[in-house]
Design a binder for this molecule. Sequence first.
Ligand SMILES: NC(=O)c1ccc[n+]([C@@H]2O[C@H](COP(=O)([O-])OP(=O)(O)OC[C@H]3O[C@@H](n4cnc5c(N)ncnc54)[C@H](OP(=O)(O)O)[C@@H]3O)[C@@H](O)[C@H]2O)c1
Length: 252
Amino acid sequence: MAIRVAVAGITGRTGRWVAQGLAETPDMELVGGLSRHHGGQSLKEALGLPGGAGEKKVWSSLEELLDREGVDVLVDFTVAEAARSLLPHALSRGLKVVSGTTGLGEADFKALEEAALRHRQVILHAPNFSLGALLLERMAALAARWLPEVEVVEIHHPGKKDRPSGTALALKAAMEKAGARQPVPLHSVRLPGWVAHHRVLFGSRGEALTLSHDVLSREAFLPGVLVAVRGVMRVETPGLYRDLWPFLEGKG
Ligand SMILES: NC(=O)c1ccc[n+]([C@@H]2O[C@H](COP(=O)([O-])OP(=O)(O)OC[C@H]3O[C@@H](n4cnc5c(N)ncnc54)[C@H](OP(=O)(O)O)[C@@H]3O)[C@@H](O)[C@H]2O)c1
């Protein structure tokens, strides 16, 4: 049976790409979405989705959605203020959760873990679902063992609310754990035309190494989201998962 998925933030820059990808994925069924400003519209009206998915609706609250549709997984691309209340609520209603919303802090993650354990549910959070960014983190950690002097520059569109990016924070944590000089400095740039770009610059005596990753279109996030949705359906141990890598390798 197809996995029934709803998207919170379905009308956003990322949510709309993810919704379209879910609608085109045979083992998933897009059953609706959440947005404050487009509640009541069909997915055809809001996103131009064709066929059966286009007949599903955008709702302005999770309760309205759950009154009408069965949902297995809630995929969340909203803002931290919204995710802080929406995600525990979804867990309490028996949903599994995949969240890409950034700007959440360690206290938020602790609260999400407690909610998941209390309701015996699974939540997976990743600051970047693109496969290239996951590889960047692995490669940066390897390089930091040998080249400990490193700085990170992240460049995003001006609509991005949090800074530094969740990906930059994850890079910093991974490299510091691997032996980078602490604290790894992070630099944030917001410019029109840019989507999501990370540069990791290492310097050493007489040499420099730069690792970089560019998201050119938000469709880059879809493969990781699909892995995560299948993963949270498979995992049996309740709790908060923050590393997509084991799920990619089929071990999550
Ligand atoms: N992990 C990843 O791979 C990844 C990739 C890209 C983006 N992101 C993150 O995903 C989030 C969304 O990014 P975006 O660029 O798509 O943002 P966006 O274009 O501003 O979209 C945000 C969406 O959330 C909804 N929303 C905003 N405030 C809300 C609230 N208070 N309550 C409920 N819904 C709310 C908006 O709809 P309404 O205003 O109609 O409610 C909209 O649908 C950000 O945190 C971003 O950093 C993560």
